[in-house]
Design a binder for this molecule. Structure first.
Ligand SMILES: Nc1ncnc2c1ncn2[C@@H]1O[C@H](COP(=O)(O)OP(=O)(O)OP(=O)(O)O)[C@@H](O)[C@H]1O
Length: 399
């Protein structure tokens, strides 16, 4: 690979330690390698350069790297190194952008049998996945398959080991749909957050099975959305497990917890500085703007709140919890046909625009309003809503 291209890749991978998010997908990279890269970085050297050198020494090539970026949906990096790989692999970029589209014919045109089977082999030979099988059996129209395509499957057993048997000591938070555990993946030594969705054993009642279906629907929405989009301010999803007793989603571990935790100084943490508050506000806005502008039709998060803005070890905010995420256009069309029913409104009430509560019209402005409430909380340190708060009237300067 040309030195300038390699340097460009490393510059991007070094920014915000993006290399740490690809390391778990690189087979052959062990925890000691990751530690060595971190140490290398602490001497003002490029940790990504070392990581790529180690991977290369294990026999991985430029094509494998391109496939790795496709797997982790790092389109920008794919484009930087596109000139370095054979044209026959360029379809991968389109595949990442349109995962549902079949880009290669199943039955190759006459005379091209050999090429097609070779391509199929490249496609299915998953150079970057580590421990388990890839999903190859269900049809491309299967919504579950489309949802999880490109995201790494892990076994329930592995996640159980990573979280010490889903130990209560590893619990880092609880939400409406599951419990979040801190875990360590043995293969890479990387810290992850594992969300175990409530199994919902209450299938005896109609309500119980409805709730379970809703939990699963939201988990798959989250999986599908996060697997499609990557951005510095969107919480990366690493893997999923659907074969165990409870579905699990695996995310990047966010060492500083949620913005809500930090604003309330939970666990004795010190108050955020003004500079940190400003940076967090900007980062969260970038994440929301990305959702609203990246795809052809805007994506509406639908549940922007301080509990869903997570902070990594550098206090970089990442928007999480995509269970309520909606494709803007689809919803607009849907509302034209029938008004959105109240059960669709699941966002926390204090963050919901009053006109949405009354008219149910879903637009990206819903997120903008919620973001405004987040800004109020960041600036005041107060919760968006509190039963016990005394009624205070804000006076304007004229009175
Ligand atoms: N990737 C992560 N890294 C570190 N902590 C996390 C991570 N994801 C979630 N948490 C912690 O777990 C808590 C629960 O998260 P979860 O997404 O399940 O629920 P929530 O967003 O608080 O509530 P709900 O899903 O009901 O809206 C969060 O508030 C946060 O403190």
């Amino acid at each position: 690979m040309k030195r300038s291209v390699l340097q460009h890749l490393c510059d991007i991978l070094d920014t915000d330690n993006t290399w740490e998010t690809i390391a778990p997908y690189m087979s052959g990279i062990a925890m000691r390698d990751v530690e060595a890269c971190k140490r290398y970085g602490s001497y003002n050297q490029s940790p990504s350069m070392l990581l790529l050198r180690i991977w290369c020494s294990k026999g991985f090539t430029v094509v494998h790297l391109y496939q790795l970026f496709a797997k982790t949906k790092l389109i920008r990096l794919m484009r930087v190194m596109k000139s370095e790989v054979d044209e026959k692999y360029h379809y991968l970029e389109e595949k990442v952008l349109n995962p549902a589209r079949r880009l290669r014919p199943i039955v190759p045109p006459a005379g091209t049998q050999q090429t097609a089977s070779r391509l199929k082999k490249i496609d299915s030979k998953d150079m970057t996945s580590t421990p388990t099988q890839s999903i190859t059996t269900s049809s491309t129209n299967d919504p579950l398959r489309v949802a999880i395509e490109g995201t790494l499957p892990v076994t329930y057993q592995e996640l159980s080991e990573a979280t010490k048997g889903f130990s209560v000591n590893n619990v880092i938070g609880k939400g409406g749909y599951g419990t979040v555990y801190k875990g360590e993946i043995r293969a890479t030594g990387g810290m992850v957050a594992v969300k175990r969705i409530f199994a919902g054993n209450d299938n005896s009642t109609q309500q119980g099975s409805k709730a379970e279906k809703e939990r699963l629907r939201q988990s798959l929405t989250e999986l599908r959305t996060l697997a499609r989009f990557r951005h510095d301010n969107i919480l990366p999803i690493y893997a999923y497990s659907l074969e165990g007793p409870e579905p699990c989603l695996v995310y990047q571990f966010m060492a500083n917890g949620s913005l809500e935790d930090r604003l309330l100084c939970r666990k004795g943490t010190t108050p955020l500085t003004w500079v940190q508050r400003k940076e967090i506000s900007i980062g969260a806005a970038r994440g929301i703007h990305f959702l609203h502008s990246f795809a052809k039709t805007p994506l509406i998060h639908g549940d922007v709140k301080t509990a869903n803005i997570l902070l990594d070890k550098h206090m970089e905010p990442k928007l999480g919890d995509f269970g309520l995420c909606r494709d803007g256009q689809a919803e607009v069309e849907a509302t034209e046909k029938r008004p959105l029913i109240a059960s669709h409104i699941k966002g926390t009430l204090a963050y919901l625009a009053p006109e949405f509560i009354t008219s149910k019209i879903l637009t990206t402005k819903l997120d903008v309003y919620s973001y405004g409430i987040v800004l109020l909380e960041i600036a005041s340190g107060q919760r968006a809503y509190s039963e016990s708060r005394k009624h205070v009237v804000l006076l304007n300067s004229a009175s």
